[in-house]
Design a protein around this ligand. Sequence first.
Ligand code: ADP
Ligand code: MG
Length: 684
Amino acid sequence: MARLFDSVRYLKGVGEARAKVFASMGIFTLYDLISYFPRTYEDRTRIVPISELQVDEPACFRAFVTSAPRTNHIRKGLDLTKLSVADDTARLNLTFFNQKYVADNLQYGEEYYFYGTLTGDYLGYGMTNPVFEAVSSPGVRTRRIMPIYPLTAGMSNNLISRSVQQALDACLGELPELLPEPLRAKYDLCDGATAYRQIHAPDSFDLLQRARDRLVFEEFFIFSVGLTMLRSRRAATSRPPLTGLDPAEFERILPFALTGAQKRVISEIRADLESGRVMNRMVQGDVGCGKTAVAACAAWFAVKNGLQAALMAPTEILAEQHARSLEPMLSALGVRTTLLTGSMTPAQKKTARQAIASHQTDLIVGTHALISEATDFSDLGLVIADEQHRFGVAQRAALAEKGKDPHILVMSATPIPRTLAMILYGDLDLSVIDELPPGRQTVQTFLVGEPMRGRINQFIRRQAEEGHQVFIVCPAIEEGETESLKSAEVWAETLQQAVFPDLRVALVHGRMKSAQKDEIMRAFADGSYDILVATTVIEVGVDVPNATLMVVENADRFGLSQLHQLRGRVGRGSAQSYCVLFTSNRNPDTLRRLKALCKNNDGFAISREDLAIRGPGDFFGTRQSGLPVFKVGSLVNDLNTLQNAQTEAAAFLSSEELPKRPEYAPLMERIRALFSEHPAAAAN
Ligand code: ADP
Ligand code: MG
């Protein structure tokens, strides 16, 4: 019998090469493998007569082979094997491409189960590449509910399915029960082993549903208990209260008056800092609402009390931008600011590090390498993380380990409804800046199709001729990554060669080295280019006030929140700005969502709308959000379960004795593994 955390190499048929592919999917151990859940299921349980097969509807049927398979070699790399089958309702022609083994495995006169999709029209019907099994076989690929796994290059559904079954057989006996009986009884949940069996190989849709219910509850319960523990651990950490915090003094150095919302949030931060406990606060606010000023004020509060503050940005560019705008602002208050990024020369870094260690500097701005690297702070009292949607729960936990319990402020421009935020960021107190500075222009947004291409190109040219700059965002980097998507590389080339030979077109994408990326972004910000063709690397925070037009290709491929963020890259200067969304998608739902963006400039309103329609996964784009990625649970469909899990988590933790009981030991161990010892494991 294998152990849960044995390597997948333990399995028959998994050698070094396959283990590598598994590793690329995040699967290292047997436990990882059995926790790799199907994406969807195919109902192959229903057996229909051939005469009742419907075009384009996959189905199972049982039939005799009525003509011996014949293989024709059409050309190099193309063999066709044809045969016909029949039941007592009809006859059907089957064609197999490049599957010569079919000829050996389908015997004339024998009966088989098939599963496939009928194609054809009044001229004739047929079926291509159905799967089949002898009627005497146990039924692995037919007559059952078939799990369909998320795949990657070099990994087939069959291989995963077979490996999972092997792993289940080998280690399920070792699986600790994370939900003790009373809890399962209360919510009518099945035991863990049954759930794992049924989610991978359901005996019926009812049992599948029960398996899902159980695993969703488990997932949410662990998440809730973990977050609550984090929160209470931090809430208990004391720190000497900061004193002399006067927002008015800060506001005097600003070239503008703070908005009411900024003032409110600053006073919430102030209350935290004066409380004698460690601050753990998230500030949420739409693009452009002025989170930087709030962060600057918090930094000044800390510095005024003899502490150092660190501001972490997700990219070097953003870090530089912050340093550039904060330095002059805060120096008026006697705050010394230092930039520390990976692309500085070793000598520059050394000087910066010395200043940090000897407290010759107060505010240190950099990427998150700032705190993970061996940078010694002399008195780090406040860590501010900008654009927190790039950081997951685990990174937040890791943050707290830096310095001697520094105050923590995270800032996020991913607007999500308050109720959801409270659940998901349960370890943080929440502040919302729900007001934009006065006089903000709204970015005029248009949804267009290919027929408008010529006019939009003219529009791009006009912006450039007026001395403005243009962003063009594509969903893919290279051609052919996904069919029919605009690729940044090819599109940049096309625009430069064929459309705007006289304009300066630059390209930036995520696969470039970050130094190269930063250089191009910098050059664009300096006005050295007219057009920047990019992937979503430019999504976060970049400030180019002279950019007035954002064009998004294949806009339907992006989450609304992402589009809203992208749109936030323009409209930062005084000139009227525009956003053009290209789509060829005709799906009414998709169009409705995109139109909502055209009508609406408020990120929170957009998020409410989109969450209601599609759910957070789609809304946030796959990995952008920093929202915990749940394996089975859905933040839309399973909100009830989430609420129950939270109630139970609170009850569990408020009880003195429950967490100490042996039947909860496996659960506590799991939570510790997820939330502290291996922070990477809980990251998205
Ligand atoms: P975000 O919340 O997206 O990080 P920023 O902090 O970058 O937004 O602010 C966007 C712009 O708004 C900056 O140029 C900033 O100087 C300006 N700004 C911030 N607060 C105010 C205010 N109260 N009044 C006017 N302009 C402001
Ligand atoms: Mg910002």
